[in-house]
Ligand binder design. Structure first.
Ligand SMILES: O=P(O)(O)OC[C@H]1O[C@](O)(COP(=O)(O)O)[C@@H](O)[C@@H]1O
Length: 329
């Protein structure tokens, strides 16, 4: 049985970063599986309930944020880290060969109900050409790299099992935490997203805020009137990692058509992984990995999944939800 980190041929420095990342994932998984995850929802430990959500509307699990950042720091291989929870990137080490971006706990509003959550991460090479710039400037430039420059990305899914799905651009591997030995075991090597699925995943309570193109697309696939002559089923956990993980395994399309998900922390890492597994990722108009980020917390519509499903969606034209009133739940 192969373990995460045991694969040969991986860049030695990158292997060290991934090893430290595993440490963070194990620690977060243990915290989420402890009663503290629910009992501490009156503090800022976990942002599970709307009543304790921060005014910025962001997830607020600071301790998880700190866990992840400190694991990157202890790897001594990371120059700069940027967390979805923070306003600015943090410069760590002038000589670190890598740049790490991460969302420590996506879907944290689901914690109280023990619904799956996840950590999303992306790793770039440090831009040596920016080394001489002032710290703030080079930190910003390094974390605003195009998704096509990622060298590794993936996610951890905290569910009935703790899953780590990872790509270093040479095939997508799925590992599962074996609690008997504390190691991640390879359970699905070189995973490929089915070219076509029969599941769509979207918050379709927003149907009446959608543009015509998206409504027509969803209406067609529901009725079996799309390019694939079978009726699609709907699945929506409302926890991005869980919805993406299912889409990778079963195929179909997962989407959030409004500008809600973040390019740097969610779109790029998941887009890189999806493409590496043979799927596609777009914002309804452009390939995600080609978009040059201009802001750290830039939001955009996100559509990803089976290549044939994403290509079909794009033929419907206007699929981006422009009406975005802000929803209570
Ligand atoms: O409210 P919507 O549009 O259904 O968005 C749900 C999505 O938002 C997320 O909760 C992320 O949003 P936050 O970063 O604000 O938590 C995803 O996990 C989920 O897929």
């Amino acid at each position: 049985m192969a373990y995460l980190g045991s694969s040969s041929g991986l860049d030695e420095n990158l292997a060290i970063v991934i090893l430290h990342l595993q440490g963070a994932v194990k620690e977060i998984a243990a915290l989420l599986a402890s009663p503290e995850a629910i009992l501490s929802s009156d503090s800022t430990s976990f942002s599970s309930s709307p009543s304790v959500a921060p005014s910025s509307g962001r997830d607020a699990p600071k301790p998880l944020d700190i866990i992840s950042a400190s694991f990157y720091r202890s790897s001594r291989k990371v120059a700069v880290v940027a967390s979805e929870e923070e306003d600015f990137p943090v410069w760590i080490d002038d000589h670190g060969p890598f740049v790490a971006v991460f969302d420590p706990l996506d879907g944290s509003r689901n914690i109280d109900a023990s619904i799956p959550t996840g950590t999303i991460f992306g790793i770039y090479r440090r831009l040596e050409e920016a080394d001489k710039l002032p710290v703030e400037e080079k930190a910003q430039l390094n974390v605003l790299q195009c998704g096509s420059r990622l060298v590794a990305s993936g996610y951890a899914l905290y569910s009935s099992a703790t899953i780590l799905c990872l790509t270093v651009g040479q095939g997508t591997q799925i590992f599962m935490l074996d609690r008997s030995c504390g190691e991640f075991k390879l359970v699905k090597p070189d995973v490929k997203v089915p070219e076509r699925g029969q599941i769509y995943s979207v918050n379709d309570a927003r149907y009446f805020d959608w543009p015509q193109g998206l409504r027509r697309y969803i209406d067609d696939i529901r009725r079996g009137k799309g390019q694939f002559p079978k009726k699609y089923s709907a699945r929506y956990v409302c926890s991005l990692v869980a919805d993406v993980h299912r889409t990778i395994l079963y195929g179909g399309i997962a989407m959030n058509p409004r500008s809600h998900l973040r390019l740097v922390y969610e779109g790029n890492p998941l887009g890189f992984l999806m493409e590496d597994a043979g799927g596609k990722a777009c914002d309804g108009k452009r390939r995600i990995l080609d978009i040059q980020p201009v802001e750290l917390h830039q939001r955009l519509p996100l559509f990803l999944g089976s290549s044939e499903d994403v290509l079909e969606l794009e033929t419907y034209g206007d699929v981006q939800q422009v009406v975005n009133p802000g929803y209570e739940v």
